[in-house]
Ligand binder design. Structure first.
Ligand SMILES: [Zn+2]
Length: 404
């Protein structure tokens, strides 16, 4: 081993190799700083004198199975120009770290294939050391998220953990990258995003959101020229909730035991797509019995099935006629929940039909939900929110292993 080996392997400069020492599974490179390289850490002046110091060992990574360390005497230097008295500055390590930069690079490389704990075990350091190195690298990577080219986005909230813990996410629908993540699910959670977007000069054409008034108001205010597209999965989900409520209401209202029995267990059948009904289990006969018994349930059921067709019409004009006809049928049904829902959809028609100009949805964002939840569980999301957020950003290009 030599000075040149240390330079080419670990990029260590300004130090002279003296000898190796083998201590169990460790290999220690004993070195000393070349006096000519002493500079003031403050003003960079060479006009310095040594004022004590201490011996230090910095981690270098693994060499042929052994854990390599760099040992040297870290001088305190008194600057005769500016008067500062500081530890000598190293070109190959950050101040106060127990490892050199080459070690961080090895950690980042391994992190692409291994979970944090595995990297920590392999390099014989704690989970936190690996986490901090990843965090620093992710911070650098996502410090200046480019928003300038963003044209189509989706905004949605997801529930993480068990309680009422929500985060709002913004996704670039063209690249699939997560652009923003913030706690909460109100329009306020987006404040910082609007500021960044404005600064970037991006021209957003379309935004996919659910029907929540909070997001609608926030998008209209901050992106007045962008088309708002109500996500169709959310609309169908809302309709399903109406059906479930109606069934519950009918169940409570039912006066005979038999009637209740027929309604019992039909909730999932009502929400299922008819093509998914299980023939062997006799799901369709059970469902149709319940529908025969309750005309209002039947009307709601067929309206629900028809609503799904709103997004597969030939064009926007046809779709608008379809929607108006649907809303008229809901109105005529005389069933209060359906009438209310029909009026709501009619009021929201421009955002519903905007789908025909911009066929986008929050679906891709929905698909990242499981990833986010996985990261949240594995990456100690609740303890270090910033790290959690950075891992979510990184989940897009998978340059880091998703878990651990
Ligand atoms: Zn100085």
């Amino acid at each position: 081993m030599s000075t040149s080996f240390l330079y080419h392997t670990f990029n260590i400069q300004g130090f002279k190799h003296k000898r190796e020492r083998y201590e169990g599974s460790r290999i220690i490179f004993e070195t000393e700083a070349k006096p000519g390289s002493f500079r003031c850490a403050c003003c960079k002046s060479y006009n310095v004198i040594r004022k004590g110091g201490q011996s230090r060992d910095l981690r270098c990574g693994r060499i042929s199975g052994k854990l390599a360390f760099l040992r040297f005497f870290s001088h305190r230097l008194l600057c005769k120009d500016c008067g500062a008295c500081r530890q000598m500055k190293l070109s190959f390590a950050e101040p106060k770290k127990s490892y050199i930069r080459a070690f961080s690079r090895e950690v980042i490389g391994l992190s692409q294939k291994m979970a944090i704990q595995d990297v920590a075990d392999y390099l014989d350091v704690s989970w936190h050391v690996i986490k901090e190195i990843q965090k620093e690298s992710l911070r650098k990577k996502f410090r200046n998220l480019k928003l300038k080219e963003v044209t189509h986005i989706a905004i949605d909230e997801i529930c993480i953990g068990k309680g009422r813990d929500f985060v709002t996410l913004v996704m670039d629908l063209v690249s699939g990258a997560i652009l923003y993540m913030e706690d909460g699910k109100s329009g306020n959670s987006l404040e910082l995003f609007w500021r960044r977007l404005k600064r970037s000069g991006a021209v957003v054409e379309a935004v996919a959101i659910d029907m929540s008034p909070a997001y609608h108001a926030a998008v209209s205010k901050n992106l007045p020229d962008a088309a708002i597209v109500f996500d169709h999965f959310h609309v169908v989900k809302l309709m399903n909730e109406k059906i479930a409520n109606l069934r519950r209401h009918l169940w409570h209202k039912a006066d005979s035991h038999e009637e209740r029995n027929i309604l019992k267990g039909t909730r999932w059948l009502l929400l299922k797509c008819p093509e998914n009904l299980d023939e062997e289990k006799g799901e369709w006969p059970r469902l149709s019995k319940a529908l025969e018994l309750n005309s209002s349930l039947a009307i709601a059921y067929y309206l629900k099935e028809d609503l799904r067709q709103l997004w597969s019409q030939a064009n926007k004009e046809v779709a608008e006629r379809f929607l108006r006809a649907w809303c008229a049928r809901a109105e005529e049904s005389g069933i209060s929940v359906l009438r209310k829902f029909g009026r709501k959809l009619l009021g929201a028609r421009s955002a519903l039909l905007a789908y025909y100009d911009y066929p986008i949805s929050t679906g891709p964002l929905e698909a990242t939900n499981n990833k986010v939840k996985l990261i949240q569980r594995q990456a100690y999301g609740f303890r270090d929110r910033e790290f959690f957020r950075l891992k979510v950003f990184a989940s897009h290009d998978l340059s880091y292993k998703l878990v651990g």
